[in-house]
Design a protein around this ligand. Structure first.
Ligand SMILES: *Cc1c(COP(=O)(O)O)cnc(C)c1O
Length: 387
């Protein structure tokens, strides 16, 4: 029998349809910003109900842009603080450092997302914003965090890299109440392109500034100038901006994938239902559940917790055994305060440290067959009896 090779993520693309959309860009002679990027922005705002969307080259640049914009418009100073989570991909916390602000780590709750009680304790006179990450698509206690931000008059930035398609109430997409919400359309996310992202706002002025800052601070887009005909070379540069905008090839991919996002997320939910019902009663394994503030999760991840072994030894043993069996799970995430960059906060968040040592993300993607999932489930059962 040939060895299995089941990865935590494997993207699934509608190849023919995507090639058709890309062909339109090539035929028109327009692969850059504008054209498909504008269509995708409109469709994304319609889909999420967040009024203003701007297409970018990644979520990482979007998080930086969000912090930058709020810093400029809010008059924040270097050294001001943003309360954030240690259980995330490093992009989240780098975006704070890019602007010479200080990431202040608050602890997480049973949903692996920021615990409102811990956040409230970390608020100081220097706190300017909270950065919330909905791990695996789970909004956790984002409703309480939103209230807390209003009460203390601080901004809310949502790293929604995992949250394309998460509804917090029937028909209400997550992100409508944040000051800036940033999605990722990187290849393994729920809406996969190759690399791209979207920054979304309720506020029109922030959106206009984001559009300029993501295109070097230039006040007119090349596309709008090309459409009008005259004075193509005349523009002003009122800001020091960046080259962060997205392009029409990525938008072409995104437009196709968006059509299938709900269907894909439903399939992910079905796979998770099967994991829940098959693994829910196992001794020695806990499953992460959706919070009450979740109507439908995007189910970017299916995460389990092995028994507490304080240093992650047992989890690593599980992963080793999975690998021997041709299964390659992930870990989302290692407590960021373990990293050299964030060592100054290393004992601040005991829950995050504890979870970080116990977490495993089981394979969850649209190419996972029923028989592969059965094989994974049987392997988990075998290991949980043995380890
Ligand atoms: C993937 C990811 C990012 C970065 O997204 P890119 O589009 O690859 O820049 C940021 N935060 C989280 C939580 C992620 O999973």
């Amino acid at each position: 029998m040939s060895k299995k090779n089941i990865n935590v993520f494997t993207p699934f693309f509608r190849t023919d349809e995507i090639l058709g959309e890309i062909e339109e860009c090539l035929e028109k002679g327009w692969t850059g910003m504008g054209f498909k990027t504008q269509i995708f922005e409109d469709k994304w705002s319609e889909y999420t109900g967040i009024p203003y969307s701007h297409f970018l080259s990644s979520n990482t640049v979007g998080l930086h842009l969000a912090v930058r914009l709020l810093k400029i418009t809010g008059g924040w100073q270097d050294g001001d603080e943003i309360i954030t989570t240690p259980l995330t991909f490093v992009s989240t916390n780098h975006s704070i450092l890019y602007e010479n602000l200080k990431p202040v780590f608050a602890d997480v709750d049973e949903y692996l997302t920021l615990d409102p009680k811990s956040v409230e304790q970390k608020i100081t006179s220097k706190t300017k914003a909270v950065m919330f990450v909905g791990i695996g698509g789970n909004p956790g206690r984002l409703d309480q965090i939103t209230e807390l931000c209003r009460k203390h008059d601080i901004k809310l930035i949502l790293d929604a890299a995992h949250m394309s398609g998460t509804l917090v109430r029937k028909g209400i997409h997550v992100g409508q109440e944040a000051d800036a919400t940033v999605f990722s359309f990187q290849a393994v996310k729920n809406l996969p392109t190759a690399d791209s992202g979207m920054i979304c706002f309720r506020d029109k002025e922030l959106h206009e500034l984001a559009t300029k800052l993501s295109w070097l601070g230039i006040d007119k887009t090349t596309f709008s100038r090309a459409q009008k005909g005259s004075y193509k070379w005349k523009y002003d540069v009122p800001h020091l901006g960046y080259k962060y905008h997205g392009n029409s090839i990525m938008a072409a991919m995104g437009l196709v994938q968006l059509k299938y996002l709900d269907e894909d997320n439903s399939k992910r939910n079905e796979i998770c239902e099967k994991y829940y019902s098959s693994l829910g009663d196992l001794d020695g394994l806990e499953l992460i559940r959706d919070s009450e503030y979740c109507f439908k999760s995007s189910k970017h991840l299916f995460q389990v917790l092995v028994k507490d072994s304080s240093n992650g030894e047992l989890r690593d043993k599980y992963i080793e055994e999975f690998n021997i069996n041709g299964i390659y799970p992930g870990v989302h995430y290692i407590d960021n305060t373990n990293y050299t960059m964030f060592k100054y906060a290393q004992n601040d968040c005991p829950n995050a440290r504890m979870f970080s040592n116990r977490l495993i993300s089981l394979p969850l993607h649209l190419r996972l067959t029923d028989s592969d999932q059965n094989y994974i489930i049987n392997t988990v059962k075998k290991l949980s009896g043995k380890l």
